[in-house]
Design a protein around this ligand. Sequence first.
Ligand SMILES: Nc1ncnc2c1ncn2[C@@H]1O[C@H](COP(=O)(O)OP(=O)(O)OP(=O)(O)O)[C@@H](O)[C@H]1O
Ligand SMILES: [Mg+2]
Length: 305
Amino acid sequence: MSEEFVLLEPEDQPGDEWEELDVSDTEADRIARRQDREFSEFRERVKNTEQFKLQESVFDDATLAAVYKLVQDGYVDAFGGPVSTGKEASVFEALGGEAGERPEPGSAAANEEYAREVAVKVYRINSSNFRQMREYLEGDPRFEGIANDKKAVVLAWTKKEFANLNRARKAGVRVPEPIAVQRNVLVMELVGHADDRARRLSEVDVENPETAYEVVREYMRRLYRAGLIHGDLSEYNMIIHDGELVVIDMGQAVTVHHPNAGDFLARDCENVAAFFTRQGIDVDGDDLRAYVTEPEPDPSGDPDA
Ligand SMILES: Nc1ncnc2c1ncn2[C@@H]1O[C@H](COP(=O)(O)OP(=O)(O)OP(=O)(O)O)[C@@H](O)[C@H]1O
Ligand SMILES: [Mg+2]
């Protein structure tokens, strides 16, 4: 990694992305139930492709219906191979459809040839971490009253990742641009390209760790000032492409009002500090936390205000 890191400039301050959540019965569930001819054909076609055979356990009928809906709505044109298979979710490369927002003009992703690539993250409803997910959702004012069943929790989680990505982006944190969410399926900007993968910070030789650290702590501070704590930040949830550091995996991010917010932030700071310490930088978790939580300077400039 030879390029300099570039800090993204913050846009306008974020509002509250709280939205009414109806996770009981989605359009995708209705499509799956109806099993009309078009959906049945789509399902059979998809089920015969290699990618789907490899990932069969991810794609129950309602998940397939969510993908079908995303195709119909113009967010996805064609599925590519899996990028990652985790316990909670699998990530795929795909071709984005007409409806997806184009990447920022001037950004690397705006390169014509690649402009339509997207990442599709599919959460498993039968996630083994269901109980842990609930703990993150409880205490988040945006998700009060979510029913206590797996499907509702995973659907709320998917929506939460979408909302968190939006909020982070508005706060000037470089994250994948969220494009669409449908049931347990999230479509976002693919960082890097199918033939030129973005890599985890853990996988690269960080040539300029000082600058990388400064970017990370600035992003953590911006996130915090926007009312969010990542909650699983480490060298495994930051990816690098074209000299740009991108924070990913925001499903578990909580607002600063969460009862465990302080612990989550302390853990994030410890993880990040430990990684950069190994890169030869003199940092510790407490200093990082102090930096992240430092009160914003008063814009009026009056120190007594
Ligand atoms: N928008 C994206 N662009 C490019 N690659 C991505 C994107 N989102 C995820 N990935 C890749 O997929 C991997 C898993 O994504 P993510 O961390 O969001 O899911 P996860 O459920 O936490 O998986 P894991 O348990 O493996 O961490 C990432 O480490 C990264 O390599
Ligand atoms: Mg991850």
